[in-house]
Design a protein around this ligand. Sequence first.
Ligand code: ITT
Length: 196
Amino acid sequence: MEICFATNNKNKLHEVKALLGNEFHILSLAEIGCHEELPETTGTIAGNSRQKAEYVFSRYGITCFADDSGLQVNALQGAPGVDSAFYAGPQKNDQDNVALLLRNMQHVADRSANFITIITLVKGTNDVSQFEGILNGEITRQTCGTNGFGYDPVFRPAGLSINLAEMSREEKNKISHRAKAVEKLVRFLIGHQTNQ
Ligand code: ITT
């Protein structure tokens, strides 16, 4: 089955391709001829996820899914949340975002946080399904590790003694918010394949 993953984030594309295995042929936006920035203007993670997937479906007519993710820090009332990619400004720079987060949490004792992913699958007009994945953890006081992307260097999953950026892609893919949402997506897609 050919499905487009509507993301411009190469790291996410690699992570999700590894998670989906050979069962599905995942096309990138470039492979379907989509080279524009996708709109993300709804103000919520669930809304942006749906907006991106519906944008691609409406213009390219291909079954597609998009994910929108974010880091939610309890002591910061859920920030950076839907603004995770642009936390430190429009340059959308991971290092700047991490530096700002550590600065804003310098005097914060409650370090609890979670990553959330919401995947939206669009198979047709009004044929829309959403899948959520959450990874709980805490924000460390310093960066550790160089793998992954985004806030991985400062995020330590609950119950572990290393940060996401210290894990291999395979290790991260066993526990990540995105992996949990993708697992639900796969179960749904397989169920629908066998029902057809
Ligand atoms: P697309 O919208 O093109 O898919 P994006 O980079 O904008 O890619 P998201 O909106 O889903 O991705 O995620 C927002 C930000 O949240 C992202 O840029 C990272 O800073 C952070 N983030 C999301 N998933 C993450 C992960 O697994 N590890 C670390 N940071 C992550």
